[in-house]
Design a protein around this ligand. Structure first.
Ligand SMILES: C[S@@+](CC[C@H](N)C(=O)[O-])C[C@H]1O[C@@H](n2cnc3c(N)ncnc32)[C@H](O)[C@@H]1O
Length: 206
């Protein structure tokens, strides 16, 4: 093993411990919260009066963070296949975000105005086979884009987790047709060796 590689591995495990410990210390349900926090600090993504849809919300750290900013001034709708322990100011819908009944429930909460922001930290069931997992993630991302056309208001924003690989370039081009700005983000809590990254797409064109 090269020195660089072992250094990186050491740093990775340190970082992992760091975010896990920090999440525990501040009562967040997952270290994933630090990814959203870093992006929000850089991009000023979440406003207190926003209506936000959190896709793939369980166990709930992103929703906890949204709740701490939005409180009762805006709305937070969290959707996951799995149930989620309740969080103040958050409405949770258990189900698949692609189900019509889930969409209907979601639209009841977003109302006629639609959502200001859709955030997706979803990951399909991972097989461990990189190409399969990556193409499933991309297929899911395309469905998130469909979901946005049904729920986002004009000028609304999307933050979505993706995995580097085939088809990503084309997906970014597709996003560029639907949003004014498409930005790539790799927060420090996102593991170096992981192909995961986030795209922040700003100002949705209806
Ligand atoms: C990495 S976790 C999200 C962690 C979350 N952001 C947090 O901070 O606690 C990914 C979630 O996506 C959910 N998921 C995957 N496919 C889904 C789908 N089709 N509809 C709704 N949720 C889905 C999984 O059940 C899982 O809980």
């Amino acid at each position: 093993m090269t020195k660089n590689k072992s250094n990186r591995q050491w740093l990775y495990s340190q970082n992992k411990d760091f975010y896990v410990k920090k999440a525990r210390e501040f009562n967040f349900r997952s270290r994933a919260v630090y990814k959203l926090m870093e992006i929000n600090q850089k991009d000023d993504l979440i406003k207190s009066n926003y209506c936000v849809v959190d896709l793939g919300s369980s166990p709930g750290s992103w929703s906890q963070y949204l709740s701490s900013i939005i409180k009762s001034k805006g709305k937070i709708i969290a959707i996951d296949l799995l149930p989620m322990e309740s969080i103040k100011h958050v409405t949770h819908i258990t189900g698949d975000f692609t189900d019509k009944s889930v969409l209907k429930k979601c639209l009841r909460h977003t109302g006629n105005n639609g959502a200001d922001l859709v955030i997706s930290d979803m990951a399909p069931n991972l097989t461990g086979i990189k190409t399969t997992d990556q193409s499933r993630n991309l297929a899911q991302a395309e469905l998130v884009l469909v979901f946005c056309t049904q729920t986002l208001k004009a000028d609304g924003n999307l933050l979505i987790k993706l995995f580097e690989g085939e088809g990503i370039k084309a997906f970014r081009e597709l996003l560029k047709q639907k949003f004014d700005k498409v930005l790539v983000r790799k927060p420090s809590a996102s593991r170096d060796k992981s192909r995961e990254f986030y795209i922040l797409a700003r100002s949705f064109r209806l």
